[in-house]
Design a protein. Sequence first.
Length: 153
Amino acid sequence: MDNLGLPHPKQMDVAVPANLRCGKPEACSLSNENPEWGPLNLTFAGIWEAPPQWVEENLSDLQVLDVREAAEFDGPLGHIPDAQLIPLGELGERTQELDENRPVVAVCRAGGRSAQATNILRKAGFTKVANLPGGMLRWRALNLSTVGFSQDA
């Protein structure tokens, strides 16, 4: 490589240490919180995720927030029992409908919108928030309890 005469890559001093840490940021403000309310996993994006089977086993202790649209909530994938529907586009104005003292697990079709919902809730002051990775697609693939689903989904 030295014989190529190429300049030193611009972000090499940053990239190599980051790669050695597997891409984890040096100072992640969430990583020190270690939630005590559930066996959560922290993603590289800084979003807590709750295992689907654990969510099903603890539904009575959680608030399941479904951030899909009403047609999806009542659609072929169905929804998680006792889930509260607040579409993602309305969540910022409707956070007062949730109890800040009870853990919230956000769910959508595949996990993208619910990850956004966790950020909205954190900015609104919620501290016990997690995403359901894989959303209703994964929930259904694991054959977990579902309300209003179609066998054809």
